[in-house]
Ligand binder design. Structure first.
Ligand code: NAI
Ligand code: COI
Ligand code: MG
Length: 356
C-alpha cells in the first residue's frame, strides 16, 4: 500500500515519543511491503519560535495533503506560566482539530494484563477493564467565545453545542457500542448545564435507532467516581470535549499511566493519531518518557486510516510481548521490576521494534 504520512512531533516529549511511533510505522512498512513516505511539519512552541504561528499555513497544507498524521504533543512552560500570553502552542492544536473537522476523538482505555500491578487501583477492581471513550473534539467551552470584560475584572468562556454536533458524535459512539459490549454511557451535567440538556435530548432521540445498545446517562461528577470505583461497568462512553478531556486523563490510571493511552482524532478529513498526554515538561529531555502511547497511536493509524488490521494487531502484539518479557519504562514499573528491565525511551523503542 502506498501512503504518505505526516509526522508532527510538536514540543517536549512529543519529539521523543513520536520518533518511536514513526520507527514503528517504518518497521511495519518494511515487514509487510508497504510504501509509506514521510514528511514532517512544525506545530506548537517550536512553530511559534520558527514562524510566530503555532499552526503555520505550511503545516496545515501538508496536513491536508497527507493520508494520515502522527502527532506528538504541544505546550511549553513559557506559556503555561504566562496567563497573559496572546499566542500559545495549544491554539495550534485546537485550530488543527477545527480546520480538519476532527470532531471525534477515540480514546481506548486498554489495560494490558501485564500492567495490573502498575496502577494504584487494586488489580481485582481493574482486571478486564476495557473502555472506549468518544470525546467530542471540535465544540464545547474550548471553542466558544472567550474574553475579559468589566475592565479586565471578569473572564468568560462560552460553551455551545448544536444538535448536529451531538448527533454525529453520538452516532459514532452507538455504532462502536454495537460492535463491542452493546453498552453506551453518555456522560453530561444535564442537572445544571443547558448544553448537557441538549446533549441528553439528542442521545435519547438516537437510542431507538440502536435497540441492541443499552444506553445510560450519567452525570460527570459521579462518572468520575465510578471510573475508579468500578471501571468494568463501562463499555463505550460518549461525552463532551471538556468532560472527555478530564475523564480520560483520570482513566489513564486504569491503564497504568498517561504514557499508555493512544487516541484517534477523526472526522471530515485526514485523521490525526496522538497520545492523550501533553508535552510533559517535568520529564522532557530526560529520555524517560513512555513511547507506547505514540506506538499505540501508530497502530490506530494503521487500523483506522489505512484499514491495515493485521499490521495494527502486529504492533499491539509487540507491545504485549515487550510487557510480558518484563520490560517497563519508569512510569509503569513497580516495586517488583528489576532495575535492568527499566528502559529509557529509545531503548524501549528498540526493544519494541525487535518484537515486531
Ligand atoms: N495534546 C496535547 O498536545 C496536550 C498538551 N498539553 C500541554 O502539555 C504541557 C504539560 O501539561 P501537563 O498538565 O503536565 O500534562 P502532561 O500530559 O504533559 O503530563 C502529565 C503527567 O504525566 C506524565 N506523563 C505524560 N506523558 C508521559 C509519558 N509518555 N511517559 C511518562 N510520563 C508521562 C508527565 O510527566 C506528568 O507528570 C502543557 O503545556 C499543556 O498545555 C497537555 C495535554 C495535551
Ligand atoms: C489543549 C488541550 C485541549 C489538549 C488536551 O488536553 C487534550 O487534547 O487532551
Ligand atoms: Mg487532555
Amino acid at each position: 500500500m502506498k501512503k504518505n504520512i505526516l509526522i508532527v512531533p510538536g514540543d517536549g516529549i512529543g519529539q521523543e515519543v513520536t520518533a518511536v511511533g514513526k520507527a514503528v510505522l517504518e518497521k511495519i512498512a518494511a515487514k509487510f511491503g508497504h510504501d509509506f513516505t514521510y514528511d514532517e511539519a512544525l506545530m506548537g512552541h517550536v512553530a511559534i519560535e520558527a514562524t510566530g504561528n503555532p499552526l503555520p499555513n505550511e503545516t496545515l497544507a501538508k496536513m491536508r495533503a497527507s493520508d494520515a498524521i502522527l502527532f506528538g504533543a504541544v505546550g511549553h512552560p513559557k506559556y503555561d506560566n504566562d496567563p497573559t500570553a496572546k499566542v500559545r502552542p495549544e491554539q495550534g492544536l485546537l485550530k488543527m482539530r477545527k480546520e480538519l473537522g476532527l470532531y471525534a476523538n477515540l480514546r481506548p482505555i486498554k489495560l494490558f494484563d501485564e500492567l495490573l500491578g502498575a496502577s494504584s487501583i487494586r488489580p481485582e477492581i481493574l482486571k478486564g477493564s476495557d473502555i472506549l471513550f468518544f470525546r467530542e473534539l471540535t465544540g464545547d467551552i474550548y471553542f466558544g467565545e472567550k474574553g475579559r470584560k468589566n475592565d479586565n475584572n471578569t473572564a468568560y468562556d462560552i460553551a455551545e453545542y448544536s444538535r448536529y454536533e451531538v448527533e454525529r458524535i453520538g452516532r459514532k459512539a452507538f455504532e462502536a457500542a454495537r460492535t463491542r459490549g452493546k453498552k453506551l454511557c453518555s456522560v453530561d451535567k444535564a442537572n445544571v448545564l443547558e448544553t448537557s440538556r441538549l446533549w441528553r435530548e439528542v442521545i435519547q432521540a438516537l437510542a431507538p435507532e440502536y435497540p441492541d445498545v443499552t444506553v445510560e446517562h450519567q452525570f460527570v461528577d459521579s462518572a468520575a467516581m465510578m471510573l475508579i470505583k468500578d471501571p468494568r461497568r463501562f463499555d463505550v462512553v460518549v461525552t463532551a470535549n471538556l468532560f472527555g478531556d478530564i475523564l480520560t486523563d483520570e482513566a489513564s490510571q486504569i491503564a497504568g499511566s498517561m504514557g499508555m493511552l493512544a487516541s484517534a482524532s477523526v472526522g471530515d478529513s485526514t485523521g490525526v493519531y496522538e497520545p492523550i498526554h501533553g508535552s510533559a515538561h517535568d520529564i522532557t529531555g530526560k529520555g524517560i518518557a513512555n513511547p507506547l502511547a505514540s506506538v499505540l497511536s501508530a497502530a490506530l493509524l494503521l487500523d483506522i486510516s489505512f484499514g491495515l488490521k493485521e499490521e495494527a494487531d502486529t504492533v499491539i502484539a509487540a507491545v504485549e510481548k515487550l510487557l510480558k518479557d518484563g520490560f517497563r519504562t519508569r512510569d509503569i514499573a513497580d516495586a517488583n521490576t528489576p532495575a535492568d528491565k527499566i528502559l529509557n525511551t529509545s531503548a524501549a523503542g528498540e526493544a519494541l521494534l525487535s518484537r515486531i
